[in-house]
Design a binder for this molecule. Structure first.
Ligand SMILES: [Fe+2]
Ligand SMILES: [Fe+2]
Length: 540
């Protein structure tokens, strides 16, 4: 950091000659390779790892070293990629230079034939406060307790927001302080979230300015460039990568450049011959935030996401699990779609979210949670636990029997129902029915608009809907809506059914920048928009 005279001084928790931020990661074949990454100050000499298994001579692997100036410090970031390891073997290792060595830690390679293994999943374990010395002790004690309950966990997978601002080293200093004694012995496989690699335009002096300003993960990439497999799409390798463990393939998708990530991820998932295809992507595809959008990366990423059995997601700090979903239709069997698991938060906090129709399980408690996933042949069990050890959710996907247990039947409605961002008008739309005529869906669109909070004025034979910044008048018998932007053709005339007016659903919705599609399997007219503002009309 720099003082008022522009003189550099070492920040609290800054780098020293002694290795810190020590982290294991898979960088290739988990049976024979592992990466060790650590930080020192610039006075440290050439970094290397010394490692040995029982009865073996010590082997030295030199690190790739990069001198990197962060916003507060200048340090050496070292990564040594150990290769030629023996499968199913525990190794002792130290890292550092000739003078300053770490204490001795261990890692264990994957055995040659691995039918059964466990890994731990956390998401959104970011802890921004106190900003000058972020406190990750809560996450740390949750993980230590979790690893005591399940000591046979092989690695940790995250679903993003690993820290509160990835461009700011104060945050990583906090995170790695929390991971001490954990990341040195278990590979720490990070997915990037918006806090990791978009961050703020300027974090210091506090409070930060320009939230999520940055487009790309400069400091994340700088630190972890050699830690993970370099097999992602061109220019976005560090935040996108894939690896195998046992009979599972993990595809880690970053949040930047979804158009580039999409093709890479889809190809990557097509190529694998592993039984389990697991994805990790920070933004939830089926959000629990009431006004949350069906993620804007999804038009590109859909093919890749839908090639996965299960995707670990985060961002909204709620726990939610979907039915198997494909093409926005909800199903019962795992072969019919992808299960989306919103992993909650590893650090607690937030709220205000709701269970949507696509969530078979949801809970809004603001308690820190983590998940233990266990793959055993064709069965995968995912148990989500609260920090104090209570079971929040447990389900088993059985690929052989093609079941999810406990079973959950997705909704299949007798009468076609309207849905907006996963929420359904219940009381207000009772007694009204959507109808299809000559291939066109008609819906009481004003009822949906009213339900989601728009201003709706009904007069004889006419309804005026004010939603977002658009006003539109629909008149019984007319195939034109009068809107604040001029006349909008509806393609078919508005008619009355019971005590409501029925509009051509797609054309009426489009006036408000809302799209509408019919989901046949569930018999739902699905209204969705990329807009995230509330349609609630303000009190004048
Ligand atoms: Fe988050
Ligand atoms: Fe996030």
């Amino acid at each position: 950091m720099y003082d008022a005279n522009g003189t550099f001084y070492k920040p609290d928790r800054g780098s020293t000659p002694q290795p810190d931020h020590i982290m294991l990661s898979f960088c290739g074949d988990a049976k024979t390779q592992i990466a060790v990454t650590w930080r020192t100050d610039v006075s440290a000499g050439d970094g290397y790892v010394l490692f040995s298994a029982d009865g073996e001579n010590e082997t030295r692997t030199d690190a790739v070293c990069r001198v990197i100036e962060s916003d507060i410090d200048v340090s050496k970031f070292n990564t040594a990629r150990l290769t030629g390891l023996t499968p199913g073997t525990t190794y002792r290792y130290t890292c550092g230079d000739d003078r300053n060595r770490s204490e001795t830690f261990t890692f264990t390679t994957q055995e040659e034939h691995c039918e059964r293994f466990k890994f731990l999943v956390i998401a959104d374990h970011q802890c921004g406060m106190p900003w000058e010395r972020p406190d990750y002790s809560g996450v740390r004690s949750m993980l230590l307790d979790a690893l005591e309950r399940d000591p046979d966990v092989r690695f940790i997978l995250t679903a993003g927001d690993n820290c509160d601002d990835g461009q700011n080293e104060l945050q990583w200093n906090g995170m790695f302080t929390g991971m001490q004694g954990i990341a040195e012995r278990l590979p720490y496989m990070m997915t990037t979230g918006n806090h990791d690699n978009r961050g703020f335009r300027q974090y210091l002096p506090y409070p930060p300015q320009g939230k999520f300003y940055l487009d790309h993960a400069d400091f994340f990439d700088a630190q972890f460039q050699y830690a993970y497999p370099q097999n992602g799409p061109d220019g976005f390798e560090t935040e996108n990568y894939s690896f195998d463990y046992g009979d599972a393939h993990f595809c880690i998708m970053g949040i930047n450049a979804p158009e580039a990530v999409a093709d890479w991820a889809y190809d990557d998932l097509q190529k694998t011959r592993r039984t389990w295809k697991l994805g990790a992507y920070h933004f939830p595809i089926y959000p629990a935030i009431p006004e949350g959008q069906n993620d804007d990366g999804y038009p590109w990423l859909r093919k890749a996401i839908e090639a996965c059995d299960l995707v670990f997601e985060g961002h909204e700090h709620s726990f939610a699990r979907t039915f198997p979903i494909r093409g926005d239709a909800m199903f019962e069997r795992p072969s019919q779609g992808t299960v989306h698991l919103q992993c909650g938060t590893g650090s607690g906090g937030r709220g205000g979210n709701e269970q949507k129709i696509w969530h078979s399980v949801f809970f809004p408690q603001n308690v820190p949670v983590y998940a233990i996933a266990e793959i055993d042949g064709a069965r995968m069990t995912v148990t989500t636990r609260t920090a104090d050890g209570r079971t929040a959710d447990r389900f088993v996907i059985d690929k052989q029997r093609d079941t999810i247990d406990p079973p959950a039947l997705p909704p299949i409605y007798c009468d076609t129902r309207m849905m907006y961002k996963g929420s359904m008008p219940q009381i207000s739309a009772r007694g009204t029915r959507c109808e299809q005529k000559d291939g066109v869906w008609f819906a009481p669109f004003a009822v949906l608009a009213q339900y989601i909070g728009a201003d709706v004025q009904k007069t004889a034979g006419k309804v005026v809907v004010k939603m977002f910044d658009v006003t539109a008048a629909f008149t019984e018998g007319s195939d034109i809506a009068q809107t604040s932007a001029g006349d909008a053709p509806l393609g078919a005339a508005v008619y009355r059914a019971g005590n409501q007016l029925m509009m051509p659903a797609q054309a009426a919705a489009a006036i408000f920048d809302v799209r509408c599609q019919y989901v046949e399997h569930n018999n739902i007219l699905d209204f969705e928009t990329a807009r995230e503002e509330s349609p609630l009309s303000p009190q004048p």
